[in-house]
Structure formats: C-alpha cells, structure tokens
Design a protein around this ligand. Structure first.
Ligand SMILES: Nc1ncnc2c1ncn2[C@@H]1O[C@H](COP(=O)(O)OP(=O)(O)OP(=O)(O)O)[C@@H](O)[C@H]1O
Ligand SMILES: [Mg+2]
Length: 598
C-alpha cells in the first residue's frame, strides 16, 4: 500500500469520516470553534498587538479611560481564543471518541462473524491486543490530533494573513518572502521523521501484542505452570518481551519528540533573520513586535502540525492492525440472498458426499468420506484418537467448509443455507464445553434464550444437573466463574447437556459428552438421552461403548476415512480395529462398574 504523502494519508482516513454522521452537529460546532480560535490566534493576536502597542507606548501617555479600554482588549481577544479553543478540543474529542466507539464495535462484530480457522491462524493474545491496545492507541492519537488538526492550520492561515497585512502596511515585502521560504524547510523533517515513526510504531504495536499474548497464555495455563514448575521460564519470557517493548517504545519516543525541536531551530533562524533585517533597516520595536508575534504564530502551528503528522503516523500503524481484522474475508461465507434456501423445518437428514477436508493445505484430515444418515437415525462415531471424528462433526454446522465434495442437510448443500438458520437446527455438546462467566441459569439459557425458568429447570433435571445446582449457594443464580472454574468437570458437562436439552433441535451432536461423568450419572444420562434422541438425528462421538448403546449404526473412523459401518454385531465380526477398541473399552467399563458396585 502506498502511504507516502499527506494526500495518501488523508485518503486512508476518508472512509472513517462517514462514521461522523451521527455527530455531525457537534463536528460542525467544533469546526466553527476551530475557525474562531484560528483567527483569534493567528490574526487577532498580532493585529491586536499592532493596534494596542502604539497607543500604549506613544510619546504622550494615553488617558486612564483610553488605557483601560485598550488594555481590556487584550483579555478579550485571549478570552475568545481560550473559550473557542476549549470548545473545539472538547467537541472534537467527543466526535473522535464516537468514531472510535464505532470502530471498536465494528472490529468486535467482525470477530464474531469470522470462522474458526481465523482463530487458528491468529493468536488470541494478538487479537486481544488489537481490540484493546490498538483501539486505545488510536483513541490517544485522535485525542491529541483533535487538539490541533483544525486549530493549527487556521492559526497558520491567520498568521500568514497577519504577516501579509503587517508587511504591506510597512511596505516590506521581504518579510513575506522570508517567511514563506522557511515553511518548506520545516516540511522536510516532518516527512522524513513521519516515515521513520510509522515503521517504529508498527514494531512497538506488534511487541505490545506479543506481551499480551504471553500474559494471556500465562493466565490461562496457571495450573500447568505450577504443576511443572515453569514459573522461572515464564518470568524470563515476560522479561524478554518487556525489554523488547521498552526498546521500541524509546524509538517511538525519539521520533515523536525530535520534530518539535528541529522546527523550533529552523523557526528561530527565521526570527533572527527578521530581527537582523529590521535592526539594520532601523525599524522600531513597536513595528517589529507585532510582526515577530505573527511570525511566532505561524511557526508554532507548523511545529504542532508536524506533531500531528507524527501522531497520525502512529494512528496509521494501529489502523493497519485493525483493518487487518476488518479486511479478513469470511472463509465460510453465507450464501448471497437469491441462492440461499430458507430453513423452516429441518427433518435432520445428513449426507456426506465424497468429502475431503484439510485444516492446513497438504495435510488431509478427512479423505473421500461418504455417508448418508436418515432423519431420526442415531449414529455413533468411533475410532482411534485423531482419526477425524470431531472434524467430521465440525463440518455439519459449517464450522469449516469442505475442501472437496459436499455436506448436505435435508438434501441441501450446507453452503446454500444461512449459517444462523443451519445452526439453529442443531444442538451441540462439544468435547470441551465452555461456560460463560455468568449464572447457571444464563449458561443453560444459551441453548434457547427465549426459554421460561420452568423449561430451564426441566432441562437441568433431564441432564441430572438440577440437584447439584440446588445445592449451590444461590442455586440457579450462582455465578459459575470464568470458564465455569467453580464447577467440577462432570458438573460442567451436565450443564452443557442441559443446554442441548433446552435447545431441543432436530439434530444433536454429542462429542464425548459423557466422558467426565461418574458411572451413576452416566447411567442416568443414558436414560435421559434415550428420551431426548426420540425423533432426532443424533451423532454420538464416544470412546466409551456404554454411551453408544443407543446407536442404531456405528461409523468406524481410521486416519480420516470411514473404514467400516453397520451395527455392533456386524462391526465386531468384520473389523479387527473395532474389536480392539471394544476390548479396551470393555475393560474400562468393567473397572468403572467395579468402583460403582463398591
Ligand atoms: N484445528 C486444527 N488444526 C489443525 N489440525 C487439526 C485441528 N483439529 C484437529 N486437527 C488434526 O486433525 C486430525 C483429526 O482430529 P480430530 O479432532 O477430528 O480427531 P478425533 O477423531 O476427534 O480424535 P479424539 O478421539 O482424540 O477426539 C488430527 O490429526 C488432528 O491433529
Ligand atoms: Mg475428538
């Protein structure tokens, strides 16, 4: 992307001006205040000096009344300048804040729409940094830029007007030429330093994201860190990242602050030249003072605009990182309106037709998988770990799209259905269910947000969760803690099952849903499941064979392929892999039965 040049920079930010629509009144008022401030500063102050000084310092002193009126003029101009300056900053910050709010929500909304593969390619800590740090950085930039973006150019224009006016008045055009020639000299460092700053700001932000990632990972793995004595390793990792962050932050500080002194030095040369010229020509103090004032008022905005340019460069680096999220294309897009089939009543027929799938190109996970599941059928998926069972289930709600072949529901390619409608027809209990940091009730309501309290309790009863929920300090209103950490593994699984009961969808997918349950709960859930699966298409992925007793057919997965299918007896006779799996499971079941009997 070509970034050079102010015009390119402005073009970059133009799409975001549309976000100002909701605050157009405040923005217009801010602009008006900026104009008043600019004129009062750039033109008002030097011209005031030009009018007031000769009256005060003329040979015969003015009367008290004149002196009072004339000196009162000084605070009046400053009053107008200060009040308009404050209102300008306040209103621009308000507008900037609103724009930022909209960008934040836009990025967050985009994150909700992006498919799971996006989260595999990007570290969660990095995304966290983009949403929190980069938007924060952008806010800082907007705030500081807001102070100057309107006021300074107008002050500069006002001051230029004053220089022209005063020079013409004194018939000294050289002042104008001198001043104008110095402005390009000031622009040069602005551009060079701005470019360097953009690069450093990028590195600084990437390093901030690294630090957030390390912290995020550390906080989520607190148990493992203690169990494996990894504290020292973690501290040194964090120390290294902090050190690197300091290095890049100092680079940013250097290039952010080197500009003002550079322009000040150039400006002082201009002032010195003016004084030298005026003195050699014998021009009096009261004539030269307003001009010096006007000169100062024109270099000051150039200096501040240089700073603004730097700030925008820093903001641009943040914007790049946010736009990366905004510009990411959905790899699992919804069909466009004319080709989308509305889903009204799903019967639950599922078919895989010569499906190939790979998470990463070149590493196939499912290979040529074909299977047809009739509505109301209960199918168990078994096979060694890593064989592709969860992956198979992930393709039905379109968490990922197939690489080749197609997956259909009720005879329709899932890519032709809107994702929200497709997923509404399914209830899923994943291998590792996640609870929200909310109450037990709200966690179950995830299954169906319109359900009544009675329905929630009924679902909990069906999942054999009601009893333990009633024993919690606040019953259904107990907070479960982050990721449900105040609950045991089995309790979490039962809440996840309650969600599925509440959803009551025509397709039910259970991925190891009962693995963390004790034998007693599992037995009870078996009975509950028997009721739940009536008239539903059910996929049960389970290592425990007790869980798949309800299945009418079994699919055996091996290395991404279905190598055998049929009922238990048939598979037991025909597949030695199945027999081996069964033998292992049988042993486990016996052991758990033994403890149960004890
Ligand atoms: N998100 C992912 N990105 C890349 N590869 C993945 C991802 N998820 C799974 N895989 C790979 O795909 C293969 C199949 O994984 P899958 O989770 O479907 O196995 P599974 O049969 O459910 O195993 P288990 O019984 O252990 O749950 C494995 O080799 C795994 O390494
Ligand atoms: Mg799995």
């Amino acid at each position: 992307m070509k970034r050079d040049g102010i015009s390119g920079l402005i073009r970059r930010f133009i799409p975001y001006f549309a976000l100002l629509k909701t605050v157009r009144l405040q923005f217009a008022a801010a602009l008006a205040c900026g104009v008043v401030f600019g004129v009062a500063s750039g033109f008002g102050l030097p011209v005031m000096a030009d009018k007031v000084l000769p009256i005060i310092f003329r040979d015969e002193p003015p009367s008290m009344t004149v002196l009072l009126v004339v000196t009162a003029f000084i605070p009046l101009v400053f009053f107008v300048r200060s009040v308009s300056g404050f209102l300008n900053v306040y209103l621009i910050n308000y507008c900037g804040g609103k724009v930022l709010e909209a960008i934040r929500v836009r990025v967050f909304s985009k994150l909700q729409a992006l498919p799971l593969d996006f989260y595999q390619k990007n570290k969660s800590g990095d995304l966290l940094a983009r949403v929190i740090n980069d938007t924060g950085q952008l806010q800082g930039v907007i705030t500081s830029v807001a102070n100057d973006l309107i006021k300074q150019p107008l002050t500069l224009l006002g001051a230029l007007g004053a220089v022209v006016y005063l020079s013409l008045k004194q018939q000294e055009l050289l002042f104008i030429l001198g001043m104008l020639s110095l402005i390009p000299v000031c622009i040069l460092p602005v551009r060079i330093i701005g470019k360097k700053l953009l690069h450093r700001a990028h590195r600084f932000l990437a390093q901030t994201a690294d630090l957030t990632s390390i912290l995020n990972e550390n906080l989520t793995a607190s148990k493992e860190i203690r169990a494996f004595n990894l504290e020292k390793r973690e501290i040194s990792k964090f120390q290294g990242a902090v050190k690197e962050l300091f290095f890049w932050s100092m680079k940013v500080v250097k290039y952010s602050h080197i500009l003002s002194p550079t322009i000040e030095i150039i400006a002082s040369i201009g002032v010195a030249a003016t004084v030298f010229y005026a003195a050699s020509k014998g021009i009096g103090l009261e004539q030269i003072l307003p001009l010096l004032f006007a000169l100062y008022m024109s270099y000051e905005p150039v200096k501040k605009l240089g700073r603004v340019h730097n700030e925008i460069r820093k903001g641009e680096a943040s914007l790049d990182r946010l736009e990366y999220v905004l510009a990411t294309e959905d790899s699992v897009p919804d069909p466009v309106a004319p080709t989308a089939f509305p889903v009204e009543h799903v019967r639950g027929e599922i078919a895989f037709e010569r499906v190939f799938f790979a998470y990463e190109t070149g590493i196939p996970v499912l290979r040529d998988v074909s299977v047809a599941i009739a509505p109301g059928e209960v199918v168990a998926l078994v096979g060694p770990s890593g064989a592709g069972k969860t992956t198979f289930a992930n393709l039905i709600p379109r968490f990922y799209d197939v690489s080749a072949g197609r997956v259909t529901v009720d005879g329709l390619d899932v890519r032709q259905l809107r994702k929200d409608q497709l997923r509404r027809a399914m209830a899923m209990v994943p291998q590792d269910p996640v609870l929200f940091n909310d109450t037990v009730r709200n966690n179950i309501l995830v299954g169906n947000r319109e359900a009544m309290p009675k329905q929630v309790e009924h679902a909990a009863q069906q999942a054999f969760a009601h009893e333990f929920i009633c024993n919690l300090p606040k019953g259904y209103d107990t907070f479960v803690g982050e990721k449900g950490m105040r609950l045991s593994g089995g309790q979490k699984q039962r809440l996840a099952l309650a969600r599925a009961f509440l959803r009551n969808a025509p397709i039910l997918i259970l991925d190891e849903a009962t693995s963390a349950l004790d034998a007693t709960s599992e037995e009870m859930i078996q009975r509950a499941l028997a009721g739940l699966i009536k008239d539903k298409t059910v996929l049960i992925i389970a290592h425990r064979f007790s869980t798949i007793r309800l299945a009418s057919s079994i699919l055996l997965f091996e290395s991404g392929q279905i190598t055998a299918a049929g009922d238990h007896d048939r598979l037991y006779l025909t597949s030695c892999v199945y027999r081996k799996l069964y033998a292992q499971q049988d042993m486990l079941t016996e052991v758990s039965q033994f403890f149960h009997d004890c």
